[in-house]
Design a protein around this ligand. Structure first.
Ligand SMILES: Nc1nc2c(c(=O)[nH]1)N[C@H]1C(S)=C(S)[C@@H](COP(=O)(O)OP(=O)(O)OC[C@H]3O[C@@H](n4cnc5c(=O)[nH]c(N)nc54)[C@H](O)[C@@H]3O)O[C@H]1N2
Ligand SMILES: Nc1nc2c(c(=O)[nH]1)N[C@H]1C(S)=C(S)[C@@H](COP(=O)(O)OP(=O)(O)OC[C@H]3O[C@@H](n4cnc5c(=O)[nH]c(N)nc54)[C@H](O)[C@@H]3O)O[C@H]1N2
Ligand SMILES: [Mo]
Length: 592
């Protein structure tokens, strides 16, 4: 579910005072894998670079991210990177249009139709081929002796054992499993090595696989071995989605927050947080199905359509005694309810929020760790609409019998909430004053100063064994991704202009040879079946589209394809559903 910074903070406070740590949220399905990998290796769960770093770096490795559609404002920065002499390498099964070239709509050159070429190399890895690709990058760096021994010595831990394992991997394994040749990987490595500074950006193409955490840890290894981290123009950039999904949980919405956070919260509000870890998104679905969780509160989001296995999730919602959605817009998820279903409409972010003490604003944190104000100005759609803050405070007041939290005062003046945040969460001192400055303020990020707050006190090299997905004959891997005309589960239109799709969303992109082998002709309707531990799930009537995607790799849109994502198939450690590597078979549709 999506939540803004400080709303998240007092929502988790309510949940913990109620007595659970059950805080499923969309991070579980998004950048959880990044958070898990980064916390362990560099001691902070989020990116370590600024936009300026991106625009001035020498090499930008963009893995599993489609900025043209999902982060269009980033294209202006990528254009600057190239204009400043930086090289961009795209690592993706698809050479997405937005990474090929960019025409700036506000620049004369762009208006005249002259596009700036962006990626200088495209590496068409197979789905889930990134870990072997990164091993190839590391091997090349080691062979070229392009390591940074001083950095390794001073700042890192675990180099020797890491090195021994990398050396044992063969180029044959690497190119077979990544789907790209040694030559292509060496070319990419060469660009990375020649670059004085380098940044790796990634998004859902890396985070939603069974070995996502291992892959992202390998990205970290690449930056540690070359020392390309913790200085201007070099570092790590998990490009995020919603304002709360950086994997860092600044505001404590996490089912397993560390004890230090809970202790500070307990002290401030004079209560005892439950120590037991709570349910994440997929655990919550299983708990609802098993009748172990009986109330579902959705603070925004579309849990039904964003979660894996739509039918199982629907059954889970129906098992509940109560489902309540606090939302700005109606969505499909609101239709599938428990015994009692509530929809609590709230003010949107663009609407003015007037409370007893005057106009209010909320705060958000962006991908670069900047916290700034978000203040609505528009006349609310109705004067009966309450703010999210007022709704959550109201629920807390009505539910909690014992609480020392001044819920009513909080809902009347959000500055009071921020005053408490600064006492509980490091980095937020003087919150109310600093967030009112234009542009907001940066949260502390030790990695930028090469301070790695990990268990060893240093940046950790990790060993990440190859763990390829084994397919049986006839099977393909399916990724579920976004079209141009959608924001997550909200579909604006049925076109996907950069991929040439018009007026249709039930499509499956396939390699031409895979289609020929199965006697499937262009635009023929097919049924898709996914396979997981003997379970099958089927989605009917998708049109087959021949597309430039590696053999064995297919793609369909989220959320239409979510019925195929197995509930039990999740990434190790992060538990993120494996939405980018669903094992499928296809057959001509029985319904056509
Ligand atoms: N317009 C718009 N903007 C959005 C969103 C939206 O829905 N619409 N959603 C927001 C959110 S919450 C998020 S998290 C981000 C998502 O941003 P992205 O991560 O860019 O979103 P996806 O469409 O899931 O695209 C995944 C990309 O990874 C590639 N990919 C898939 N599997 C693999 C793989 O195994 N390896 C590699 N190397 N690449 C792979 C796909 O081909 C695709 O280009 O966007 C945010 N911004
Ligand atoms: N198969 C597959 N599944 C995926 C993904 C994938 O790539 N493939 N991506 C995953 C990712 S990265 C994410 S982040 C999740 C997204 O999962 P969600 O966050 O659950 O989905 P959204 O579609 O962004 O939710 C939109 C709804 O939020 C409500 N809303 C919008 N703004 C506000 C607000 O300000 N306040 C309140 N209270 N409500 C608001 C509206 O009702 C709107 O309909 O989906 C995940 N699911
Ligand atoms: Mo996301």
């Amino acid at each position: 579910m999506q939540t803004q910074s400080y709303i998240a903070q007092f929502y988790q406070l309510f949940v913990r005072q109620y007595g659970t740590n059950n805080l499923p949220d969309c991070s579980n399905m998004c950048h959880e894998s990044s958070g898990a990998a980064l916390n362990e290796t560099v001691g902070i769960g989020k990116g370590t670079v600024t936009l300026e770093d991106i625009e001035t770096t020498d090499c930008l490795l963009i893995m599993g991210q489609n900025p043209g559609t999902n982060h269009p404002r980033m294209l202006t920065s990528l254009e600057k990177t190239v204009e400043n002499g930086g090289k961009i390498i795209s690592v993706n099964p698809l050479f997405e249009t937005g990474l090929r070239a960019f025409s700036h709509p506000q620049k004369l050159k762009g208006v005249l139709g002259k596009a700036t070429p962006l990626a200088s190399q495209h590496v068409p890895v197979r789905l889930n081929g990134d870990l072997p690709f990164l091993k190839g990058m590391l091997k090349s760096v080691i062979e070229a002796n392009a390591i940074d021994p001083a950095f390794i010595e001073t700042y890192t831990h675990g180099y020797e054992s890491f090195l021994a394992k990398i050396n044992a991997v063969t180029w044959k394994e690497i190119s077979q499993q990544s789907g790209v040749s040694e030559k292509e990987i060496r070319a990419a490595a060469n660009t990375f090595i020649q670059a004085k500074d380098a940044i790796t950006c990634w998004a859902m193409g890396l985070t939603q696989h069974h070995n996502a955490v291992a892959t992202i840890r390998e990205v970290v290894n690449l930056h540690l071995i070359t020392g390309k981290i913790g200085r201007p123009k070099s570092g790590l950039c998990p490009v995020r989605g919603h304002s709360n999904v950086q994997g860092d949980r600044s505001m404590g919405v996490w089912e397993k927050m560390p004890e230090s956070f809970l202790a500070a919260l307990d002290k401030e509000f004079e209560f005892t947080s439950p120590p037991k870890h709570g349910y994440d998104a997929v655990d919550s679905i299983e708990a609802m199905l098993a009748g172990k969780a009986r109330v579902f509160i959705g603070l925004g989001g579309n849990f039904l359509s964003a979660s894996p296995d739509t039918h199982a999730t629907a059954a889970a919602m129906r098992q509940c005694q109560l489902t309540a959605h606090i939302a700005t817009k109606l969505n499909r998820g609101h239709l599938i309810t428990g015994k009692r279903g509530l929809i609590l409409p709230c003010l949107g972010r663009t609407e003015a929020d007037l409370q007893k003490s005057g106009p209010q604003f909320v705060t958000v944190e962006d991908s670069m760790g900047v916290v700034h104000k978000s203040e609505g100005r528009l006349e609310p759609a109705s004067h009966q609409l309450k703010s999210e803050t007022a709704i959550v405070c109201g629920i807390a007041r009505a539910t909690l019998t014992e609480t020392r939290v001044p819920w009513l005062a909080f809902s009347e003046n959000y500055d009071l909430i921020r005053e408490r945040i600064q006492r509980v969460i490091p980095g937020f001192q003087d919150f109310n004053a600093r967030v009112r400055k234009p542009g907001g303020f940066y949260l502390p990020n030790g990695v930028k100063e090469r301070s790695f707050q990990t268990a060893t006190g240093k940046a950790n090299f990790t060993i990440n064994p190859l763990s390829p997905i084994s397919l049986e004959s006839g099977q393909l891997l399916l990724q579920t991704f976004r079209s141009h005309d959608q924001f997550n589960t909200t579909i604006y239109g049925n076109n996907d202009r950069y991929r040439g799709i018009k007026n249709e969303r039930r499509v499956i992109f396939l390699n031409k040879e895979d289609m020929a082998e199965r006697n499937i002709s262009p635009e023929q309707p097919v049924d898709i079946t996914s396979h997981f531990k003997g379970e099958t799930r089927t989605a009917k009537l998708f049109l087959a589209i021949p597309y430039d995607t590696p053999k064995g790799c297919a793609a369909a849109y989220y959320p239409e394809a979510n019925v195929l994502v197995p509930l039990g198939a999740r990434a190790e450690t992060s538990q993120t559903p494996i939405s980018k590597s669903v094992i499928i078979t296809i057959a001509p549709s029985s319904h056509a």
